[in-house]
Ligand binder design. Structure first.
Ligand code: ATP
Length: 369
């Protein structure tokens, strides 16, 4: 779990207000507002087509909004009277495919945005770097991303993870107010992603810039971001810390989208709910009506299994088991026919058809039915 952003200034460097973008009848982005502080990492998370990429393109200046405003580094870059093209916004961009220049060395790739003479569309030298300062800045960026000694390599001589870090170094070199990252891990090997997320977070924190990244991968969002904005149909449905989003989702959609979830019907009773899994405590408003029907969201890791006593009425049966080494996911069928997913340590291995009892370990999250 991430702590709050470790930075001193709390003034937002990226302020998005009521942003709207339509394509014909499709509202790709509707009334989007969000502030991002210096040193803060925000993830835009959501299913395909929810408007993540369009939001990033609006911030970058690759699309014009139909309404709303964007302020970057204290300057309005777009509103009803203002339009600044990408190269005049204080942003750095890391593209999905990293977009390194194949014919330039790593050092030249990083230096490219610093000299400004090329009008690079993704970045401009916000801090003026004299020609004599460029080599030192390139070296500083290589150290920041842990690639000392790589200046003379060419992109084809880099691993995917190294190419990602060069793209990040190039985006950060001109000291942008904000860096925008489009699905930065999607081109990388699945096994590498977890360690690269840790590296990416450390680099962004050290650079102390605001960062917004787009992803449809919930693990990526929860592990890398200080705040996660969950989008649906062009709107932010909830924004909060990874912990908030995961354990206090404001809707069934968010609860199910950000993690594996069992939805179990229940009836409110004495501050909790009676369900087919037994009595479950609820972490919500005590003002709710006794007897009210509701749906409970229970994460698989909030559940445990016990082998049932022989002949125990209402026992559930194991229908599948997936072994992952560090844990296992066991699916059981309740007497009602409902299937429940349980994530467990591997000290007890369950077999198909074992009769078991499901035990609820934590509070449930309630949604009205
Ligand atoms: P994905 O994860 O699949 O990339 P996304 O969340 O990034 O999806 P967007 O690409 O922002 O979603 O698209 C949002 C909506 O706007 C979709 O319905 C898409 O079809 C539509 N859209 C995006 N760009 C255009 C365009 N240039 N012309 C018409 N419709 C578009």
């Amino acid at each position: 779990m991430n702590s709050a952003a470790d930075h001193t200034s709390t003034a937002p460097v990226l302020v998005v207000h009521d942003l709207v973008k339509r394509f014909g009848d499709t509202v790709a982005v509707g009334d989007m507002s969000i502030d991002v502080e210096r040193g803060e990492i925000v993830a835009l998370l959501g299913p395909s087509g929810c408007g993540k990429t369009t939001t990033l393109r609006l911030l970058a200046g690759f699309e014009r909004p139909d309404n709303g405003s964007v302020l970057i580094g204290g300057e309005t870059v777009v509103d009803s009277q203002t339009w600044r093209p990408p190269e005049r916004r204080r942003i750095g961009i890391v593209q999905q495919d990293f977009a390194l220049f194949p014919h330039l060395s790593v050092g030249e790739n990083i230096a490219f945005g610093l000299t400004g003479g090329h009008r690079a569309w993704w970045t401009r030298p916000w801090r003026r770097f004299g020609r004599t300062e460029v080599p030192a800045r390139v070296q500083e960026m290589l150290s920041l991303v842990g690639l000392d000694g790589f200046a003379h390599r060419f992109p084809h001589e880099l691993s995917g993870g190294e190419a990602q870090r060069v793209a990040l170094a190039r985006a950060l070199a001109p000291e942008p107010a904000a860096v925008l990252l489009d699905e930065p891990f999607s081109n990388l090997d699945q096994n590498l992603r977890a360690s690269l997320r840790v590296t990416m977070r450390a680099i962004l924190k050290a650079a102390d810039t605001a960062a917004v990244f787009v992803t449809h991968d919930r693990e990526e969002a929860l592990s890398l971001a200080d705040r996660v904005a969950v989008m649906r149909q062009g709107r932010i449905e909830q924004i909060g810390s990874p912990d908030d989003i995961y354990y206090r989702p404001q809707s069934r959609f968010i609860g199910s989208f950000v993690g594996d979830a069992n939805i179990v019907p229940g009836r409110r009773s004495r501050g909790g709910a009676e369900t087919e899994l037994g009595y479950v405590l609820l972490d919500d408003a005590p003002s709710a009506q006794e007897g009210e029907s509701l749906d409970l969201l229970l994460r698989p890791e909030q559940l445990a299994l016990k082998l049932a006593d022989p002949g125990q009425a209402e026992a559930a049966n194991v229908i599948s088991s997936e072994y992952y080494g560090h844990d296992q996911v066991v699916r059981v069928r309740m007497a009602s026919g409902r299937e429940i997913e349980v994530r467990l340590s591997t000290d007890v291995v369950y077999r198909i058809d074992d009769a078991v009892e499901v035990v609820v370990l934590g509070d449930g999250i309630a949604f009205p039915r």
